[in-house]
Design a protein around this ligand. Structure first.
Ligand code: BGC
Length: 764
């Protein structure tokens, strides 16, 4: 079938579609769908629940077979992995011309951080703390993806993660439920825009529901086990925020929740999702997560498929368990007609809302695919967002920004490199079109001379390389030269330079799905290079590529500056040069704690107090600590420097004694005390030291972005409301409790000012 389909897909058909189309009201939609369903056989209804993969987007062992034939037979509801106007058109033609009821297909893909124009990896997007820019990145992604026939993206991934060993931290928004919720909503609004029926918006799919980021030991696909209190207070809020923002679909996760795989977990997919949260869209499984329930020990394919449907799953990605067993289960009374109808209806509703019944080719436009994809404007947006995502971790002696004079040595395997600029999950992004750091820096160096040496391989561990090259043998290659020859060349180049910029870190496939690591150091060969460079006594600026928090204790102690650039995307080199030369003053803040060592993990700022706290200085015995490491992170959540400096005044509160639903204003005066204009993300945290359950030492509740010229001051005010004091208590009731609260305002989760208030619910 593959051959027939690809032959079909090669034919280019010009098609242009209208900008908008009308959407029916709910009753119009209901009438349409009821009428259609009345004409559907049970097999055709079950067919709508089937989502096979075609094209190159394979993330599991199974691949779909005979897809074209199944489309013809009405056994496919949607397809993923196929994009490009000609290809989508040809596949859609099979559905609407050759299947009995001519029901159009939905076309999905993992458009994760851009489609053709790649933006920073999601963790980098979160580091902007800028919902407008995040929304913009998703809007550009939707514009590009929809021009190429797609109408559905498996994004945003909003899994809270506290364990950077897990490779998929790169795909999420970090460790904090508040920041994670803001980012989640911004992504959904960016993708879905003013409405799903427009031809330049696509439907979001929130994933992975739920708690996928809690996998034990940071190992992908591993067990998750957590209390309901932790679920409700820390892990579930971003999913809910994404759904509240209107996300049209949600993906069930691979892991167990309370011992039952999420894909077959009725408590999760029905009680919480539908009954508590009122969600109306559809639920798709993750890649073969239906059939993987067999491995989880839940029964054979018929049993797990019935379990999934009964739990509230509507669409089966790749397993074909629903397709092949539901009819039998219906005949045997193991599922009901109503359950099948319900799932089918939800898929048809999504298609209706996407406008596909009115125009199955709405998202197919050669013209748009030519004009609205990877152009000056989209590249400009990517460059802007990337520059905002970088986090300045250290800047001793103001070595940055670089001066455009003297000699700048760019050294490291990621300096003259295009492939690794893009980061994980870039199905349609073409790395050849990215801007390398060398190109970007040369373009802006002005009077400075730029010299370069590779210096080392990304890694020399052959077993590691084999795994990194799963998708493509060229992802990490070994230089023919010896380690020493490469290092000596780098040292010669460094010797003639005024400043050394070491461009090193994780390559593209070191983070992302199925990319867990137990060692979070910069790979050894690169670290050796960095050590050799540091021994020269030159000023060293580390431009760090990474998809996760790394352990940078040695680097923090031994290099002059560290600019964490994550994986910046297509415009990497230009955005990095913007920041290195001070055209853009960095303002990114960490969305995840950076530990000192792997042994501290999980390490996160919103932890609970213990009964034996340790202050970090006094007697250690019988206190919560390690014999061989401090408790503190290397860089706390929310951390990020600027080329300028900011001074925070003490907090002034409009009230210190409140009752009931009153609110207060907490204000600080922020002063730019340095010599550059800069932006600061001012962060508001609240602590609830006495409650009926033990509460985190502090929790992010709000933040504000403030721009200041040198010497300028501004008052920054936050409104603090009882809503911000609420949490899920031991009865899982969402409310707040009277008492004293600590209001913290500061530049990160550690360096804060504090003020206290008494707040009583008594007048309610
Ligand atoms: C991943 C999902 C992804 C899906 C489809 C799975 O392996 O967990 O995040 O959307 O594949 O590519």
């Amino acid at each position: 079938m593959k051959k027939t389909l690809s032959a079909l897909l090669l034919i280019t058909v010009f098609f242009s579609c209208s900008e908008k189309k009308s959407t029916g009201g709910d009753s119009k939609m209901d009438t349409f769908i009821n009428d259609l369903m009345a004409r559907m056989t049970i097999e055709e209804k079950i067919g709508q629940l089937n989502l096979p993969v075609a094209g190159g987007a394979v993330t599991g062992i199974a691949i779909s077979k005979d897809v074209e034939d199944k489309i013809r037979k009405g056994q496919v509801g949607g397809i993923f992995g196929v994009f490009g106007p000609d290809k989508v058109r040809k596949v859609q033609e099979v559905a609407v011309n050759e299947s009995r009821l001519k029901i159009p297909l939905i076309f999905g893909l993992d458009v994760i951080h851009g489609h053709r124009t790649i933006f920073p990896i999601p963790l980098g997007l979160a580091a902007t703390w800028n919902p407008d820019l995040i929304r913009k990145s998703a809007q550009v992604a939707a514009q590009e993806a929809s021009a190429e026939g797609l109408n559905w993206t498996f994004s945003p991934m909003v899994d809270i993660a506290r364990d950077p060993r897990w490779g998929r931290v790169s795909e999420g928004n970090g460790e904090d439920p508040h920041l994670g919720s803001i980012v989640a909503a911004a992504m959904v609004k960016g993708y879905q825009g003013d409405g799903l029926s427009r031809n330049n918006t696509i439907m979001a799919c929130v994933k992975h529901f739920g708690l996928y980021g809690g996998s034990e030991a940071g190992r992908d696909y591993n067990t998750v086990d957590m209390s309901r209190i932790a679920m409700y207070n820390y892990y579930l809020p971003p999913y809910k925020a994404a759904l509240d923002a209107g996300a049209g679909s949600i993906m069930s996760s691979f892991n167990v929740v309370d011992g039952i795989p999420a894909t077959g977990n009725r408590w999760l997919l029905t009680d919480v999702l539908r009954n508590e949260w009122g969600y109306k869209g559809f639920v798709v499984s993750d890649y073969t997560s239906v059939s993987e329930m067999i491995n989880h020990g839940m029964g054979d394919i018929q049993t797990v498929s019935a379990l999934a449907l009964h739990a509230g799953l509507d669409m089966d990605m790749v397993s074909e368990g629903l397709l092949t067993t539901l009819k039998k289960s219906l005949d045997e009374g193991k599922v009901t007609q109503q359950e099948i109808d319900q799932a089918c209806m939800r898929i048809l509703e999504a298609k209706y809302k996407l406008g596909l019944f009115e125009d199955p080719y709405l998202y197919v436009s050669e013209e748009r695919a030519k004009n609205e994809v990877l152009n000056t404007e989209t590249r400009g947006a990517s460059r802007e967002v990337a520059a905002h995502s970088f986090v300045l971790l250290k800047n001793k002696g103001q070595v940055l920004p670089l001066k455009k004079q003297g000699t700048i040595a760019l050294i490291g395997p990621l300096a003259d490199n295009h492939r690794d600029m893009l980061g994980t999950w870039v199905i349609a992004g073409e790395w050849e079109k990215s801007v390398s750091v060398l190109e970007g820096v040369k373009a802006q160096a002005g009077g400075a001379k730029v010299v370069h040496a590779k210096g080392s391989n990304i890694t020399e561990d052959k077993e590691f390389i084999k795994r990194l090259n799963f998708f493509n043998q060229q992802m990490v290659t070994l230089d023919q030269r010896s380690t020493d020859a490469m290092k000596q060349e780098a040292l010669r180049v460094a010797a003639g330079a005024d400043v050394v910029v070491a461009v090193i870190g994780e390559s593209q496939s070191m983070s992302g799905e199925s990319s867990s690591r137990t060692n979070l150091d910069i790979p050894e060969s690169q670290k050796e290079l960095l050590k050799a460079l540091a021994r020269t006594g030159k000023k060293i600026v580390l431009v760090l590529f990474t998809g996760r928090p790394l352990t940078l204790t040695w680097e923090e102690a031994n290099v002059d500056a560290i600019l964490n650039v994550w994986a910046p995307g297509t415009e990497a080199g230009n955005a990095i040069a913007d920041v290195l030369f001070g055209v853009h003053n960095p303002s990114g803040k960490l969305p995840s704690t950076f530990p000192r060592s792997v042994g501290q993990i999980p390490l996160y700022y919103n932890h609970l107090p213990t009964g034996r706290p340790w202050d970090g200085v006094s007697e250690t015995k019988f206190k919560t600590n390690y014999l061989d490491e401090s408790n503190d992170p290397l860089y706390p959540f929310g951390f990020g420097l600027s080329y300028t400096t900011f001074d925070y005044s003490d907090i002034s509160l409009s009230k210190t004694n409140l009752t009931g639903n009153e609110s207060l204003t907490a204000t600080v005066t922020l002063k730019n005390t340095g010599s550059y204009e800069g932006e600061e993300v001012v962060q508001l945290y609240i602590g609830d030291p006495v409650a009926t359950i033990s509460r985190p030492v502090k929790e992010l509740k709000d933040f504000a972005r403030v721009s200041l010229k040198p010497g300028e001051s501004k008052e920054v005010s936050f409104t603090v409301t009882p809503e911000m004091l609420k949490f899920y208590n031991s009865q899982l009731k969402y409310d707040w409790e009277s008492g004293e609260f600590n209001i913290y305002i500061g530049t990160n989760s550690r360096d804060v000012k504090v003020a206290k208030v008494m707040w009583s619910i008594s007048s309610r």
